[in-house]
Design a protein around this ligand. Sequence first.
Ligand SMILES: Cc1ncc(COP(=O)(O)O)c(C=O)c1O
Length: 482
Amino acid sequence: MATNAPAKTSFHMTPEEFRNRGHAVVDWIADYYQKIEAFPVLSKVEPGDIRSQLPQEAPAHPEPFEQILADVEKLIVPGITHWQSPNFFAFFPCNASGPAILGDLLSSGFGVQGMLWATSPACTELETHVLDWLVNALGLPEKFRSSNTGGGVIQDTASSSALCAVLAARERATKFISNRTGAKQKLVAYTSNQAHSSIEKAVKIAGVGSENLRLVAVDETLAMRPEALVAAIQQDKAAGSTPFFVCGTVGTTSSNGMDPLDKIGAICRQQNLWFHVDAAMSGTAALCPEFRHFQNGLEHADSYCFNPHKWMFTNFDCDCFYVADRKGLVDTLSVLPEYLRNKATESGAVIDYRDWHVPLGRRFRALKLWFVLRYYGIEGLQFHVREHVRLAQEFAAWVREDKRFELVVPPPLNLVCFRLNGSDELNQKLMDALNRSGDLYLTHTKLNGRVVLRMSIAQTNTEQRHVEKAWRRIREEASRLA
Ligand SMILES: Cc1ncc(COP(=O)(O)O)c(C=O)c1O
């Protein structure tokens, strides 16, 4: 039977409906944060549980918004591992905060794509400005400032920064010939055997080959040994290879090891090698002058990155990448097709960030960073960073006092590596029991061949009581296992 309903002329959400639904979603998120501690930190679902509850086909017809939001509660929440729980001590954090979420929401609202200055001048200029602010706030070398030869850009991740650094280094070392013909020399890169896997990935993608990445030995603090770096470079040179790139780390993932940037940097200058510094998590500590000594020697670096999306309360994704010579980076990555040509670019007076990373398109990520910096102020950020470090040092002191446990390395900042005396299996069991309980979430690593538990204290909302509870639960489970 034919209906008399008029044909729909639009399926879009009207601004008025967006307003109402938007309020409901913001309320939902606020409620989520209020009750987040009630959820098991590590999701308990089994593989396939989520998909098995979803329809086979996409909906043919519109569904009510209430139904969609209800399904978030029913289908999605059980499959969430609660990274924003104050009881999250795993990996390194991936922090969110109120101002960052709201800044990100505005970025979605504008929906701009800032590949060129001309495609949204504010997107580019705010980014340049905020990254210049951070040069001061973190005590970074002046050469990274946009008014100098260098500059900063927001990348999605530290992995992308590492890739851009390797690519720019490759081009500098081969006088921009590899971009045209592919690399002819056998290029060799160096990092410590504790460096993040993203360095190996970058070297693979850049066509250098993972066999040409030397994993340099570390000392007892798990920091790169400069003399081992020199020996490796000499050996490669003697074999006719071309050393071109060194990555030092401020705060390795496994143990928060701090490479001696001053010594590595001096070697790089002497040998004319690109020096990249990866401070993905620990770079944020430099907001506090008392922790800046870890970056002594950064003045030698050609590039540097740290992730506000880890410890600086800025939602994923947000990695700040700095280069000392922006021309080298842009010359490495620039391709200019006719359809992107415009007057502003040709004037030479603007930055086009499309040339500073792999993707062409880019979100307005500077907004969330700007919101965070303004909402907290440097004072607020310092306060929370110092608090996390204090809590980690206190946790380390508790570990030292309990003879059943071993503090594996003295924690430089906010990551405590410890183990229960006994086998690797025992430590694995301890961690699994804790994670299964849902009360907290810890992850492990291997240091000097032994399984070690990592207590990473950096979640936005973690306070003293959460760390105390974690230690109580760790000891309870340890007693149970004994
Ligand atoms: C030292 C270090 N570098 C790089 C990375 C990779 O970070 P991203 O996910 O931003 O690529 C990590 C991740 O934890 C890290 O700890």
